[in-house]
Design a protein. Structure first.
Length: 507
C-alpha cells in the first residue's frame, strides 16, 4: 500500500492501519484489508495482532521498523513477554509475524486468564488534545487498552467510547475520529498505582524469563521482605499483606482476589513456577509485599539476573543415562517380564508388592521403563452426543433462517451471522464437521454477495416507491448502498430491469 503511515510513539498497530484507511479514503473495511494485507479474512486485533511481517514490509529499511520492533513498541506484547520463557516468546513472535489462527492468544494464556481484556476502547481526553496539537490527528494509544487500566498516569481517569473491541464487525479498523465518548471511569487510589505500574511495564525490555528464574526471584523476594516463618514462606502473612494493600473490593473487581486456600494463585506464585502468571498477578504481589517501593520493571530486571537452574530436559537426560548404565536386579527383570504381557497399569495390578518395592528403591528406573512401555492414548471427545445436539441445533437454526429469509431489512445472512444467532455459537462454529444437518442448512440459507445486493436493491426500490420518491439510477444506488465498482453482474442486470420497468410504467 503506497503511503502507509508511520506509527506514532506508543500507537497501536490497529490504530496505524485505521489511519491508513482514512488517508487512502477506503470506506469499505474489506477494501482496506485488500489494500494492506491482500487478505480479506484478517481479524482486526487490538492487543496481539498477527500478519505483522506484512506491515513491516510497508516501510523502507532506513526507518528500522522491522517485525520485532513493531511488536515490541506498537502492541501490548511488553505486558506478556517477560512472564514467559524464551522458547515460548520466540514462538509467539513467529506466530504474530505471520498468520497465527488464534494460537497467540492460546499460547500466551490470554484465553484462559482470570484477567479479562477490555470490552471497549478507552481514551484520555487530555492526551487527545495533545495529539491533535502535536501531530494534527488522533490515534489509539496502547496504554489505554491495557486490561484493568482506568487512568492515564499523566492526566487522570479514562473515558469509555462507543466502540466495542470484540463486536460484530471483527474485520473493521475503526479510526478514533469516528467514535463518541461515553462515561468517565470511576477510579480509586489503587487504580492510579496499577496504572503507573502498567505504564512502566509497557516500556520494560525483556527477552523472556524462565520459570526457574521467577521461582528464585520470588523466594529471594520473600526472604528480603521478611515473609518467612522460620525457614518456610509465610503464606498467611503474604495473603494478609496483599488484601490490606489493594483491598478486597479492587481485587475482586480485577478478578484476582486470592482465596485463602492451598490452590490460590498467590501461593502458587511463591512456589515452583510450572506455568506463567499474568502481569496483573505479578504487579499485585510485588507492589503489596514491597509497600510500593519495588516497581514491576525492577522485579523483571532482578529476575532476569537470577541464575537459572538446569532445565527439566537436562535433568531427565542425566537420569536416563544413569538408569541405562545400571545393571538390572531380580525385581527389575521380573517387572520387565510383566511389561511384555501388558501395560504398566496392568502389571501394577498383577503384582502390587513388586511395584511398591521398585517405587521406593528404584523410582527413576521405574518411571523410565514405564514410559517406554506405556500405551498410546487415543484422544477424542466422547462426552457429547453430537447427533442429538445436531438435531436440536438444526431445529433452532431452521426457525431462525425461515424468520430471517422473509425479512428484507435483515443484515447479510452470512454463515457467521447465522451461527451467531444461536446459543453457544463458538462451540457450534468449531464443531461444524460433527454437525452435518446444521452444515446443510447453512449451505442452503447463506446468502451470496449477489443475493444480498439484490435484496438491498429491492428493499431500496420498494421503499422509494412507497414514499412516492422519483426513482433515478443514482438515487436508487445511493439508497441501496451500492456502486458500479462493487455491484455484481447479476445485480447490474436486475438494476437495468427495474429502471426499464420504471420507464415503461411512466409511459
Amino acid at each position: 500500500m503506497l503511503g502507509f503511515p508511520t506509527p506514532y510513539p506508543d500507537e497501536l498497530l490497529y490504530s496505524t492501519i485505521a489511519r491508513a484507511g482514512v488517508h487512502d479514503g477506503d470506506t469499505s473495511p474489506k477494501q482496506l484489508l485488500d489494500q494492506v494485507f491482500n487478505n480479506r479474512k484478517v481479524v482486526a486485533t487490538v492487543d496481539l495482532p498477527s500478519h505483522v511481517q506484512v506491515l513491516s514490509n510497508q516501510y523502507p529499511e532506513s526507518l528500522c521498523l522491522n517485525t520485532k520492533t513493531l511488536i515490541e513498541r506498537h502492541t501490548l506484547w511488553p505486558i506478556y513477554a517477560p512472564f514467559h520463557p524464551r522458547e515460548r516468546t520466540e514462538k509467539l513472535i513467529m506466530w504474530m509475524s505471520g498468520a497465527s489462527q488464534g494460537a497467540v492468544h492460546l499460547a500466551s494464556g490470554m484465553a484462559a486468564s482470570r484477567v479479562k481484556v477490555k470490552a471497549r476502547f478507552y481514551v484520555c481526553v487530555e492526551c487527545l488534545n495533545e495529539q491533535k496539537s502535536k501531530y494534527g490527528e488522533y490515534f489509539w494509544n496502547r496504554l489505554w487498552q491495557v486490561p484493568l487500566v482506568k487512568v492515564c498516569p499523566k492526566h487522570g481517569p479514562l473515558h469509555a467510547t462507543s466502540v466495542e473491541i470484540n463486536g460484530e464487525h471483527r474485520h473493521s479498523y475503526i479510526p478514533l475520529e469516528s467514535v463518541t465518548l461515553t462515561n468517565q471511569s470511576e477510579v480509586s487510589t489503587e487504580d492510579f498505582v496499577f496504572g503507573i505500574q502498567a505504564s512502566h511495564l509497557l516500556n520494560a525490555e525483556s527477552a523472556g524469563i524462565s520459570f526457574s528464574q521467577w521461582t528464585s526471584f520470588y523466594r529471594h523476594f520473600a526472604v528480603t521482605y521478611g515473609f518467612l516463618n522460620k525457614k518456610r514462606i509465610d503464606y498467611g502473612r503474604i495473603h494478609h499483606a496483599v488484601i490490606r494493600y489493594w483491598g478486597p473490593r479492587w481485587l475482586e473487581e480485577a478478578g484476582v482476589l486470592p482465596p485463602d486456600k492451598e490452590t490460590s494463585w498467590l501461593r502458587a506464585i511463591f512456589r515452583k513456577h510450572r506455568k506463567s502468571f499474568s502481569f496483573v498477578e505479578h504487579i499485585v504481589a510485588i507492589t503489596a509485599l514491597s509497600g510500593g517501593s519495588v516497581s514491576i520493571t525492577d522485579a523483571i530486571n532482578s529476575a532476569s539476573r537470577m541464575q537459572p537452574h538446569a532445565d527439566d530436559t537436562a535433568k531427565k537426560q542425566i537420569i536416563n543415562n544413569d538408569v541405562e548404565q545400571r545393571v538390572c536386579g531380580v525385581d527389575e527383570m521380573q517387572w520387565k517380564t510383566l511389561l511384555k504381557n501388558g501395560s504398566p497399569n496392568q502389571a501394577r495390578k498383577r503384582n502390587p508388592a513388586l511395584y511398591a518395592r521398585l517405587y521406593r528403591n528404584h523410582h527413576d528406573w521405574l518411571m523410565l521403563i514405564n514410559q517406554n512401555f506405556s500405551s498410546v492414548k487415543t484422544q477424542g471427545n466422547h462426552c457429547v452426543d453430537w447427533p442429538k445436539r445436531d438435531r436440536i441445533v438444526s431445529i433452532n437454526l431452521l426457525r431462525i433462517c425461515e424468520r430471517l429469509s422473509d425479512d428484507l431489512n435483515a443484515p447479510h445472512l452470512s454463515r457467521t451471522f447465522l451461527i451467531h444467532q444461536l446459543q453457544n455459537h463458538a462451540t457450534i462454529e468449531k464443531n461444524l464437521s460433527r454437525l452435518p444437518r446444521c452444515t446443510q442448512l447453512l449451505n442452503i440459507y447463506t446468502e451470496s454477495t449477489s443475493e444480498y445486493q439484490a435484496r438491498r436493491l429491492s428493499r431500496a426500490y420498494l421503499a422509494m416507491k412507497k414514499n412516492g420518491e422519483e426513482i433515478k439510477r443514482w438515487s436508487l444506488l445511493r439508497k441501496a448502498g451500492l456502486s458500479d465498482q462493487r455491484m455484481t453482474e447479476a445485480v447490474s442486470w436486475l438494476l437495468a430491469e427495474i429502471l426499464g420497468e420504471q420507464g415503461r410504467s411512466k409511459v
